[in-house]
Structures are given as C-alpha cells and as structure tokens.
Design a binder for this molecule. Structure first.
Ligand code: GTP
Ligand code: MG
Length: 237
C-alpha cells in the first residue's frame, strides 16, 4: 500500500512523521527520492546513528564504573542522547543549501547523533575527554573547548565530534557522533539560555542576555570553588 509522505510512521525512539502534517521542508525531504525507498534508507540511517549512540554511551558508562571502582568517584552525573529528527535534518540541509536526501544528510551533517554527558566537576570533563580520545577504535574529527574559551554569551561546554565504527552484518560504517560534556551548572545555564534564542531581540531580551552572561561567569567561579572544596575534603583524614 502506498502512503502519502505525511502518513508515514517510523517505529523508533524519535517518531518522525506520526500522522502529523509535516512542514514543507520535511515534505520536500520525503518526496525527494520517492517515499518508499527513502523511508527504508531513513530507517537504516536512524538505526546506524542510534547504534553509534549506544556504543558511545556504553563506553562512557564503562569508564564511569571503572573510575568509581578505582577512585571512589563517579565523573558522570548523567548521560543524555538524542537523534536529530528528520524535520530538523531537513531544516538544516535546507538552511545550508544542501540537497534533501539521506546521502546528503550522512555526508554533510555531523550532529545527527548527539550524546551529552553531564559531569560533576570540570576536571571530570577533561579526564573523560582524554580517556575517550585514547580509545583506538574512535577518531576525533574535531574538538571545541568552550570551557577554556566560552562563547561571548557565556556558553560553556566541551564539544567533540567522534567517528565511531558501527559493525553491521556485511560491513563497518564510520558514524559521526557529537559529544558534549558539561557540568550540572553549565547544563542548567544552557537550558535556560536556549529559551531566549527563539525570542526576537528587544531591549528586554538584551538585558536578560547580559544577566545570563554574568551568571555564566558566576557559575564558572562556583564550579571551580566546588571542585576545590571536593578535592580538599578528599585530602582530609
Ligand atoms: P550547529 O550548526 O548549531 O550544530 O552549530 P555548530 O556546528 O557551530 O556547533 P557548536 O559546537 O558551536 O554547537 C553545537 C551545539 O552546542 C548546539 O546544537 C547546542 O546544543 C550547543 N550550543 C552551542 N552554542 C550554544 C549556546 O550559545 N547556547 C546553548 N544553549 N547551546 C549552545
Ligand atoms: Mg547542532
């Protein structure tokens, strides 16, 4: 049975077009290669990127458990992951002027798979980055240290794009995964700041942005002090 593009449902964690009228860009994306072929490719792509997320998440969990046993401390507070939705993939490809196809998405986008690691202390972030980069089945495509070099708005996090091998039935595919590492404080700041991004700029939003930038610095100072307190407590008898 042939489905109209907007009726196609994908069974996965990230529901794609669940009977909702898709936006124009997503419709274009679905029409581009013919719905049936595209949906199969799309599902394969989702599965591939989801597998890469699983691999990275497992690696991080193993490192966290080992660290707990060796040093009586969990560097990881929690791990979140997300698969970019087709809507968001289509929007980004369109924005960048690339063709709307599965191949194009695989070639051009490096944030289809995203893993966010919330750490207890800043030191934990750098330790985890080192441990992850030492693993010889992973390749670092790029790093951005927004902790050492915060964005002008105050945003802090450590970003890595990793190339992760996913072992399939008859071949191995290298899949990019965007890994973001941040402290609990950086994470709560980023969640709040995220909301202001979608508001149009007014005098009021500019004041709020200034307050956010000030708070980002204050939170960084608190992060550093909390880590120092933790280290001092550890040295006590
Ligand atoms: P994108 O094309 O948006 O993915 O950006 P990019 O390729 O320049 O990558 P970058 O590493 O700068 O940012 C990628 C991701 O980091 C974003 O999708 C957000 O999740 C997060 N991020 C980056 N900058 C900010 C920021 O200023 N505020 C918040 N809240 N999140 C940010
Ligand atoms: Mg992104």
């Amino acid at each position: 049975m042939k489905h109209a593009p907007h009726e196609i449902i994908i069974q996965s964690d990230a529901v794609i077009c669940n009977h909702q009228p898709a936006s124009e860009s997503a419709m274009l994306f679905l029409r581009d290669e013919g719905a049936a072929v595209l949906m199969e490719d799309f599902r394969a792509m989702q599965q591939l990127y989801q597998s890469a997320i699983k691999e990275i998440t497992t690696k991080l969990e193993i490192l966290d458990e080992e660290f707990q046993i060796r040093h009586d401390h969990n560097p990881i507070h929690n791990i979140e992951s997300r698969l970019k939705t087709p809507q968001s993939i289509a929007d980004k490809l369109e924005r960048l002027g690339y063709p709307l196809s599965v191949d194009s998405a695989k070639q051009r986008l490096r944030d289809i798979a995203g893993v966010r690691v919330i750490c207890n202390y800043v030191d934990d972030i750098y330790r985890l980055v080192k441990m992850i980069q030492k693993q010889d089945d992973l390749t670092t495509i790029c790093t951005k240290d927004y902790i050492a070099n915060p964005k002008p708005n105050g945003y802090r996090s450590y970003h890595l794009i990793l190339s992760v091998p996913v072992f399939l039935a008859d071949h191995t595919e290298k899949v990019p995964v965007e890994l973001q590492l941040r402290t609990v404080a950086m994470d709560s700041w980023a969640s709040l700041e995220h909301h202001i991004r979608y508001k149009s700029s007014t005098k009021e939003t500019q004041v709020l942005q200034q307050r956010l930038a000030k708070n980002a610095d204050a939170l960084a100072a608190i992060d550093a002090d909390m880590q120092e307190i933790y280290q001092t407590i550890n040295r006590l008898e």
